[in-house]
Ligand binder design. Structure first.
Ligand code: HEM
Length: 307
């Protein structure tokens, strides 16, 4: 039987809205969730028909607590757990609650706004919004730090292999682990670094996005510590966001993975360091305000949940 994954492998689009909602205590949760599962399928099907070239989609992830509240299938996906903080000597990957995550992408902002409104209206009386971030494409897919973000992402068939669960967890085949962190950058400190120093922090050249040779790249560069081997990759879809007047500019880090252990390995390298203490220098300019793991079921599972 074919497996229909949600649109987790889509490439970043021009506009994105990320939303995290927490359930209130309510007896209506299960019924409303059924409606929501049907709504997500409806929104995606409708987007395909109405705007075939816009690459518009809505991906829903379900948090660990919510999975239990909603009595969703057991045993759980093999690596599904509540994200626990990773505490380094200097920086901490915090863990924050989240029952539902929505990742809404389109070339047109209008689609994102309408889809986010429809989803919000469907759950506003049983859940409260705890995070809403509007991400935008910055020039040629750069993070707000000015470096191209996404170059070493898996491409082609590798995207499916690293982004979607396969035969290793047959019941959840086609699903994906979704991990998010909302980072705020100290842009004043960042901009005071000469470009040659910024390049050492990332491990790539700024203008033309070329990787530094291994014998030049510092061991605490982001691309050195986040690279945990060619057979352990994730699909990243980060977007910059921000408020210019109060200088709260950031990166919404979002990864889809066939194995959450791979994400944890990267985070451990970044926050604890490799070797321990040699942490990722990008963290001196970037503070995670959130950190949550969700599971993204297939459309087929959403259909089952919808009853
Ligand atoms: C502060 C937030 C972050 C920013 C601004 C950021 C930005 C970047 C940039 C500019 C690159 C180089 C270009 C590329 O290959 O994409 C990169 C690479 C990468 N990042 Fe991040 N990143 C952030 C957080 C993270 C986190 C939390 C993880 C993992 C949990 C991660 C995993 C990776 C990986 C795997 C690579 C590719 C490394 C390689 O193989 O060369 N990043 N990131």
């Amino acid at each position: 039987m074919s497996v229909n994954s949600q649109n987790v492998l889509d490439y970043p689009n021009n506009n994105t809205i990320f939303m995290v909602w927490d359930f209130r205590e309510s007896i209506a949760i299960k019924d409303r969730f059924k409606h929501l599962c049907a709504l997500i399928a409806n929104l995606n099907n409708s987007a395909n028909v109405r705007f075939p070239n816009s690459r518009a989609s809505v991906v829903m992830g379900i948090g660990y607590r919510a999975w239990h509240l909603l009595d969703l299938p057991k045993p759980l996906p093999k690596e599904f757990e509540e994200f626990a903080p990773i505490v380094g000597s200097r920086h901490t990957a915090v863990a924050t609650p989240g029952d539902l995550h929505f990742h809404i992408r389109a070339d047109e902002y209008s689609f994102c706004i309408d889809a986010a409104s429809v989803v919000s209206e469907a759950i506003a009386d049983i859940a409260e919004s705890v995070e809403e971030v509007h991400g935008f494409r910055y020039w040629d897919s750069r993070s707000i730090l000015g470096f191209v973000d996404g170059t070493e992402n898996p491409h082609g068939g590798d995207r499916q292999y690293f982004g979607i669960i396969g035969d290793e967890d047959p019941y959840y085949k086609g699903g994906s682990y979704l991990f998010v962190q909302k980072y705020v950058h100290d842009l004043t400190a960042w901009k005071s670094l000469p470009i040659s120093e910024q390049e050492k922090v990332i491990g790539r050249s700024k203008v033309d996005d070329i990787e530094m040779p291994d014998d030049v790249k510092p061991s605490n560069a982001h691309s050195a510590l986040a690279n945990v081997g060619d057979d352990l990759k994730i699909v990243r879809d980060n977007m910059p966001f921000g408020n210019i007047s109060n200088n709260e500019m950031g990166t919404y880090f979002i990864a889809y993975a066939s194995s959450f252990n791979t994400v944890k390995k990267m985070l451990t390298n970044m926050f604890i360091g490799s070797p321990e203490g040699n942490y990722d220098r990008i963290l001196d300019f970037s503070t995670p305000k959130t950190g949550t793991l969700f599971f993204v079921p297939t459309f087929d599972m959403l259909d089952e949940f919808a009853g």
